[in-house]
Design a protein. Sequence first.
Length: 66
Amino acid sequence: MIKEEIMNIGERIFEERKRKGLSQSELADLIGVSRQAVSKWESSTATPDLDKIVALSKVLKYRSII
């Protein structure tokens, strides 16, 4: 049996941000939050609100961040 690795939302945000070549500050500015908010999302100590998930998807051009 092959075990699939499931990425949580924080890991997905981190990977997509890095793929786009953005810093946490740059991503935060693009979606209207603080750098600390992005850091908390990426470390999975907080979860973005739905409106921020939509903004993340648009900025990162990712069909589904979840």
